[in-house]
Design a protein around this ligand. Structure first.
Ligand code: ADP
Ligand code: ZN
Length: 714
């Protein structure tokens, strides 16, 4: 029997509701129409073709360039009880044959293939003889040379439509501007297909920018607040990845570096260890990530500034894919901007290209220097207007204080003027603060009347304020003259015409940390400690199972799912299946073990008068029952009435546990109760006292209820 799309979502994936757009997309596909889907990483693209795959007959072919990911994706589908397989160069000829057979015999719902495999040999001919009902093209931007990751082998996909004119194609991507979007549809031969654009907001990602000074101590601080949580630190250079990883290792962290210069074997080992939660931290260049589908990355730190907002968003998007909270941090300093600008200037691009790159870098800079809600800025880049401040970025949590900074600006601008516009950042600060170093003396800057006018501020304060001045266009910078500052019309208005300038108050790092600490409650409430401890225990169980099955832990349950378990502590099948992410097959495979773990935890943590899990009392009764004790024994051991014990057993039976109620009562007694109940017309749920009295007060309430329950088919 085929399920409805809602039933399929619950049965296979364990989710109660579709995310925005998913249902419409699925309906479109089921009606046999092509479409293009734009959703951020972690937005839930896979469901858009996996649900259609399981609610209709025939095969769904998923085309993906990420060979390394296929195995895990297929593994995850199987864990949900969906028959799936993949075809790519990593399989032996024999293995490929076996997959082809399964597909031919109709035993597969989904088949993942690499594009080159699809068009090699006689694969296409085979596909034509099977019942292919849907093509899903993942990472669809790879088909367009306008996209950022063009792959020539994807170009061949343009012939799918001519080979299979009646099979719908769903193209999916997380990154595509207007031009790329149109190109994807043209290339696929479906120019008229509707495009679904989901919101790019990822509200579970917190956004923070930290000053790019003393980065390592700040990272250590951060890691203390994220014990055991997997995360990625992105660095610009290979050398930095190595030194940061070495520092973390020396402090006892399970960290390793990853970059394109490492031997392939080492790279895949590092990646594998990270997927399996054997390594907590990956310090990587951007070479790391494309092939990563790990859903429980809990944080991403950018050690250096990314070149544009797209890259930044894609990289932070690798965290929190399971929907549970994740933290992102960007280190930012003026120096980073200069470095990026130099890279553009020195690159072999056309002038036009360079201007575009500068403009993109500028948007990144605006994000980093924002003094309004960062999420609003980020999403405005993707043309999304956000109604309200997000409350989950550092600006929202730490609103900026502004003050009249005109005098500060005048001091800096007059030094620039007197130096005949030849000083850059470092020298400007030295002159303002009156430092008599060699460079200053060589230029004779110490003779300037403005020498030392700014010694009331520290160097880092000056760096901050000069940065802000640049952002507000109060002066310019000449990249081709060693980054010397230049005065412009606004500069002169401030110097000569009394124009005012507002600055945002600089908060020293130490103070900032103190404030952040205030935000974190010092002592956690008891409930939370218990929850965290249980989460940890469930995480370990998941890890053990994953290692035994040789799959990444998140394939078993996502962080979000086990964190919900830790919170709700389900101890029965019904309770467990109510947890988001626990579908029927997952319950069948892993549910019981997790229930056991929660029960064990509850027992270890139950003190008189506390209730760690709902329904613990049923479990205790159940265990004694399983050990063969009679109702009276159980009642006595647990200090309950036998009536209560019977109530437990009836309820356990209703929940589907294997309990033979009939064996708990003798034939004679059973018949006697039934006869009495018949005479008085008493049913389960009615007051029992009249029947109790009618039977001469010899048969206990519990037994009476039991007999009634059996009669009514419990
Ligand atoms: P993408 O491919 O867009 O990066 P995925 O398809 O991997 O994202 O989905 C990200 C996460 O969201 C997965 O853990 C997935 O199971 C989960 N998810 C998808 N749809 C839903 C839904 N309707 N309700 C709850 N979780 C969902
Ligand atoms: Zn915000």
């Amino acid at each position: 029997m085929l399920l409805s799309k809602e039933q399929a979502l619950k049965h296979y994936f364990g989710y109660d509701t579709f995310r925005p757009q998913q249902a419409e997309i699925i309906d479109t596909v089921l009606q046999g129409q092509d479409c293009l889907v734009l959703m951020p990483t972690g937005g839930g693209k896979s469901v858009c073709y996996q649900v259609p795959a399981v609610v209709q007959e025939g095969l769904t072919v998923v085309i993906s360039p990420l060979i390394a990911l296929m195995k895990d994706q297929v593994e995850a589908l199987r864990a949900n009880g969906i028959e799936a397989a993949y075809l790519n160069s990593s399989l032996s000829g024999q293995e490929q044959d076996s997959v082809m057979w399964k597909a031919k015999l109709g035993e597969l719902k989904l088949l993942y293939v690499a594009p080159e495999r699809l068009f090699s040999g006689n694969t296409l001919e085979h596909f034509k003889s099977w019942k292919v009902r849907l093509f899903a093209v993942d990472e669809a931007h790879c088909i367009s040379s306008w996209g950022h990751d063009f792959r020539p082998e994807y170009r061949q996909l343009s012939s799918i439509k001519s080979h299979f004119p009646d099979v719908p194609v769903i193209a999916l991507t997380a990154t595509a501007d207007r031009v790329t979007r149109r190109d994807i549809l043209t290339q696929l031969g479906t120019p008229e297909a509707p495009t679904f654009v989901a919101s790019f907001d990822r509200p579970n990602l917190s956004l923070t920018v930290l000053p790019g000074r003393k980065r390592l101590p700040q990272i250590e601080q951060f890691l203390k607040k994220h014990p055991n949580q997997p995360g990625i630190i992105y660095c610009l250079s290979r050398k930095t990845t190595e030194s940061v990883a070495a520092m973390l290792q020396s402090k006892g962290y399970r960290a390793d570096c990853y970059h394109a210069g490492l031997p392939p074997a080492q790279r895949s080992h590092v990646q594998e260890s990270f997927l399996k939660d054997d390594i907590q931290i990956i310090v990587a260049t951007i070479a790391f990530g494309m092939g990563i589908d790990k859903s429980n990355v809990r944080w991403v730190i950018h050690y250096n500034l990314p070149p544009n907002v797209e890259s930044f968003y894609q990289e932070i998007g690798r965290s929190g894919r399971d929907g549970a909270p994740a933290d992102t941090v960007l280190f930012y300093s003026y120096q980073d901007i200069i470095m990026r600008q130099d890279m553009i200037v020195q690159s072999e691009q056309s002038q036009e290209q360079k201007e575009l790159l500068h403009a993109k870098l500028n948007r990144m800079k605006q994000y980093a220097e924002a003094d309004l809600c960062r999420r609003r800025i980020l999403l405005s880049y993707f043309n999304e207007a956000v109604e309200q401040d997000c409350g989950n970025c550092d600006v929202c949590q730490n609103p900026r204080t502004r003050f009249d900074g005109t005098l500060i600006a005048q001091k800096a601008l007059s030094v620039i003027a007197r130096s005949r516009e030849s000083v850059a950042m470092g020298m400007l600060i030295d002159v303002l603060r009156g430092s008599k170093n060699r460079a200053v003396l060589n230029h004779g800057y110490d003779k300037m009347p403005t020498f030392g006018v700014g010694n009331d501020l520290r160097g880092e304060e000056w760096a901050e304020y000069i940065g802000q001045m640049l952002n507000s266009g109060v002066m310019d910078i000449a990249y081709d003259e060693a980054h010397a500052f230049k005065l412009n019309a606004v500069s002169w208005q401030i110097l000569k015409e009394g124009r005012k300038l507002e600055l945002v108050k600089f908060i020293p790092l130490a103070e900032r940390k103190a404030r952040e600490e205030e935000l974190v409650p010092k002592e956690k409430p008891k409930q939370e400690i218990i929850r965290d401890a249980l989460f940890e225990q469930l995480r370990l169980l998941r890890k053990q199972m994953a290692d035994a099955l040789n799959v990444p832990p998140y394939v078993i349950f996502s962080d979000k799912t086990i964190s919900e378990m830790a919170q709700k502590r389900p101890v029965s099948e019904a309770q467990m299946k109510a947890v988001s992410g626990v579908g029927d097959e997952k319950y069948r495979r892993y549910g019981e073990a997790f229930v056991q773990e929660i029960v064990k935890f509850a027992k270890d943590n139950t003190k008189p008068g506390t209730r760690v899990v709902k329904g613990m009392t049923y479990i205790q009764t159940h265990e004694l029952y399983k050990d063969g004790f009679t109702i009276d024994d159980i009642a006595q051991q647990r200090g309950l009435t036998s009536s209560t014990v019977v109530g437990h057993l009836v309820k356990l039976r209703e929940e589907g546990h294997d309990i033979n109620l009939r064996s708990l009562i003798s034939d004679k007694m059973y018949q006697e109760v039934l006869a009495g109940a018949e005479e008085l017309n008493v049913k389960l749920g009615d007051p029992i006292t009249p029947l109790f009295e009618h039977l001469g007060e010899r048969i206990e309430y519990g037994m009476i209820r039991l007999a009634l329950a059996i009669r009514e088919g419990a």
